[in-house]
Structure formats: C-alpha cells, structure tokens
Design a protein around this ligand. Structure first.
Ligand SMILES: Cc1cc2nc3c(=O)[nH]c(=O)nc-3n(C[C@H](O)[C@H](O)[C@H](O)COP(=O)(O)OP(=O)(O)OC[C@H]3O[C@@H](n4cnc5c(N)ncnc54)[C@H](O)[C@@H]3O)c2cc1C
Length: 420
C-alpha cells in the first residue's frame, strides 16, 4: 500500500463540490498515485464545467449556438473510466459528521470518507426576497443562468444589471453584442473598489459608457416591478427603468451553510491553515469557499479561477499525505473581458498610491498601473497588455521595492513603444 493509499484506509477519498477545485482535487489524487476509491459529490446535475465562458463567449451573439450542454472540463468517460471517480451529481451534501467521518447527502445517504476535500464554492447574494417570484430575473453563477439570460437577449430584452462588479460588467458587455439596451446599476460611487481599487475601478467604468451602456453609480434598486414577469426596476430615488431582463450580480457568499454544527470553523468561508487544513482530522478545503493565510497577502478568500484550480490540487495532495503537506501561497491573479478588452490584475488593490505607467484606460487601448503600499509594489493592473501580466505577477510576488518596480515597468513600456 502506498503512502497516499494508507491515509484513507478502506474508506474513500471524498470531494464535496463538483466544479473546478473539486475536479482538480480528484485529478491530483490520481497524479500522486492514490489508487483507492474516489467519490465526487455535487449539487449540480453536470460534470465539472468552466464558469468564465458563461458570462463571456457563451453569452455573446454569434459566438455560440446557444449550446445546451455546459463547457465541461472533461467528458464522462475520462472522469468515470479514466480517473475512476464515482460521481454523485444532483445531490447536495447537507451535513458533515466529523466524528463518524461521513458526509450526509440530501437523499439521506451517508458517504464515509478516509479524507475529505470540501470545494463547495460560493453562491450569489440575493438582493430581494421576491426576486424568484418574477420571471426574467436571474442570478449569474451556473450554466442555467447563462442560458436563461441568453434566451432573454435573443428575444431582444431591455436589460438591467444590478451590480457593476466583474460579472455584472461582463454580462453588460455580452448583452451589447446583441445591441441590447443595457442599464448597469451600482450602489457604490465607484465600482470594483474591492477588486481593483478606486483609481482603476473608476477608470475602467468609463468603458461601459464608451460602449453604449447606461451606468448609474451610487444608485440603489429598491424594488422590482411586474406581474408574473419583471417589467421594471425601481430605484430608491423613485426612478423607474423599464426592463424585461434583470440580472442580479451583487457578489457571492461562501457556500458553508451545510457545515453549520459540523465543528469546522466558519468565518467568511471555511477557516483553514496555510496547508488548507481545517484543523479537523482528514478534512481540507479548496477554492472559493476557503479562507486561508496567504503568505505576504495575509488571510484571504479569493474568488478567482487560478487559485481555485491550484488549491484543489494542493488540498488533495495534503489530505492524502499530511506528513509532506505544503503551504499554499499565491500572488492573486484574475482576468476579465469587456467589450473586446482584456483586464488583468495581480496582487492586492489595497494601496497608498496607484501610478499609471502606460497610457490610460480607453476602448482598445493598452494601459498598465502599479499599486504601492509603503515602499513595496503590491499590485498591478494591465489593460490589453497580456504579455506584461505574468512578469508583473512575479515582480509583485517577490515583494519588489516601489522604485525598482517603476523602473522595470517603465523600461517594459519603452520597449513596447519602440516595437510599435
Ligand atoms: C460567470 C462567471 C465568470 C467568471 N469569470 C472569471 C474570470 O474571468 N476570471 C477568473 O479568475 N475567475 C472567474 N470566475 C470565478 C471562477 O469561476 C471561480 O473562482 C471558480 O469557479 C471557483 O471554483 P470552485 O470549484 O471553488 O467553486 P464553484 O465553481 O462555485 O463550484 C462549487 C460547486 O460546489 C457545488 N456545491 C455547493 N454546495 C454543495 C453541497 N452542499 N453539496 C454538494 N455540492 C455543492 C456547487 O453546486 C458547485 O458546483 C467566474 C465565475 C463566474 C460565475
């Protein structure tokens, strides 16, 4: 019996959450030579699929045929026969019994585990209790949401999007490919402050208006109106905006309700140590659901593709071989696509100063900004400059001094201009 097989004994390696982090966890288990039984449990009725295209390519006019299957990472043959994973789809876990080492499912069954990775991600916040009662009102997290919004766009709907964060902005961008009338409503005076900081958040907001979206900042939606189907949103100042398709995108909360009473520490996610261990024997966590101490960036819960994928693999390896467990640290990274522009961010947006190195934000333009905290470069933003991002990520990850970072970025900008 190999080391990784010994940890689980006769009980399977179980992963709850059948999406990106969960898939990476089961793949990593096989990569390290685990030969025992693996069970992958998921609420959705699909095999793991990729979420970023839901608000981008799959929603845009002309780029998809309104496909009915989600963009799966792997097909059923590979998951079930290749990886030898038993998939329990469409059945949520409802409780965790850490003394008995088992996960209780909604159908009443109990799945024993030798070790467990929890990767239950996050769920959209609900702005209105009544939202589900009107047709034409949608969250945006799963394949079905994307399909429903696309169907509304195909019908020529007037669109109101509540929340000008990354997802709301991408939906606005995709809706414009259908020439839809789009209103984007944001409660804050500056959008994306948490993701990009105020300077860059304010600059990128201009892309919406440049592309024909009506952006309302500092505006609160008080209610939805309609009989059976949504007909309008009503702002707290009384303004009525006629809309027959409403997308709510006001952020997500970690999916931890099912773990209440389990003994796991829950505080804006599952609280883990640097090794993604919950502190409970055999139980690790990964992806959007995990809060963990991320090296120089401190305790974080990220909602980004790259960290979810990496954490899934690390959590599985650590769970299966705790003696060689290693800490997971990362320089946070995400991208977003709006109106044909690629936005990328690395590091932390919490800064004392933001300095533009190249140009400024504008449709189709290239721009780079660096973020300073004390004497270090802690973050970087790039617009339409994909060749810079991983270099800037390494620079931020090394804790580069501010003057050194400025010199580096300016010299890259000069070389780019010289090549034009
Ligand atoms: C529309 C959209 C676009 C995005 N675009 C980008 C992008 O451009 N760049 C970027 O960096 N990131 C992007 N992201 C974020 C990225 O997709 C997420 O960070 C990633 O999906 C997180 O993966 P995860 O496996 O941790 O969680 P999730 O993908 O949330 O998956 C969790 C899974 O667990 C299941 N689950 C929940 N509770 C239970 C339970 N009790 N029992 C069983 N199963 C359960 C859920 O149904 C879900 O299938 C985007 C996200 C969305 C929604």
């Amino acid at each position: 019996m190999s080391t990784v097989d010994r940890v689980t004994g006769a009980a399977p390696f179980v992963v709850v959450g059948s999406s990106l982090a969960g898939l990476r966890a089961v793949e990593a288990a096989r990569q390290v030579g685990y030969s025992g039984e693996i069970v992958l449990i998921g609420t959705e009725h699909h095999l793991p699929y990729d979420r970023p295209p839901l608000s981008k390519k799959l929603l845009e006019k002309g780029s998809s045929d309104g496909r009915v299957t989600p963009p799966h990472f792997r097909d059923a043959g590979y998951v079930q026969d290749g990886l030898q994973v038993t998939v329990r789809s469409g059945v949520p876990a409802v409780a965790l019994d850490t003394d008995g080492r088992c996960v209780i499912l909604a159908d009443g069954s109990a799945v024993r585990y030798g070790c467990l990775v929890i990767a239950t991600g996050a769920r959209p916040r609900q702005p209105f209790d009544s939202a589900g009662q009107l047709s034409g009102v949608h969250d945006f997290r799963v394949h079905e949401d994307s399909q429903a919004v696309r169907a509304g766009l195909e019908r020529g709907a007037r669109v109101a999007i509540i929340g000008a964060g990354l997802i709301g902005s991408e939906v606005a961008s995709s809706a414009r490919t259908w020439d839809a009338e789009v209103t984007l409503v944001e409660a804050q005076e500056v959008p994306l402050v948490r993701a990009l900081g105020a300077t860059v958040g304010s600059a990128v907001a201009d892309l919406h208006e440049e592309n024909g979206v009506r952006l309302l900042l500092g505006a609160c939606v008080a209610s939805l109106e309609g009989v059976g189907a949504v007909e309008a949103i009503r702002l707290d100042v009384g303004t009525r905006i006629a809309s027959d398709l409403v997308v709510t995108a006001i952020g997500v909360d970690p999916e931890t309700d099912w773990l209440r009473g389990s003994g796991l520490q829950l505080d804006n996610g599952i609280v883990c140590d640097a090794n993604l261990w919950t502190g409970v024997p055999g139980v690790f966590a990964a992806g959007d659901v995990v809060s963990w101490p991320n090296g120089q960036f401190g305790r974080q819960r990220l909602e980004t593709w790259t960290s979810a994928a990496e954490q899934g693999a690390v959590a599985a390896k650590n769970a299966l071989d705790p003696a060689t467990a290693r800490a997971y640290t990362t320089t946070p990274y995400f991208w977003s696509d709006w109106y044909g522009n690629r936005l990328q961010f690395v590091g932390s947006p919490v800064a004392d100063e933001v300095q533009w190195i190249e140009g400024g934000v504008g449709q189709g333009r290239r721009a780079v900004a660096l973020y300073r905290r004390a004497d270090r470069c802690v973050g970087a933003f790039a617009l339409n400059a994909p060749g810079e991002t991983m270099k800037l990520r390494a620079l931020v990850g090394r804790g580069t001094s501010w003057p050194e970072a400025i010199v580096f970025a300016e010299s890259r900008a000069r070389s780019y201009l010289a090549r034009q």
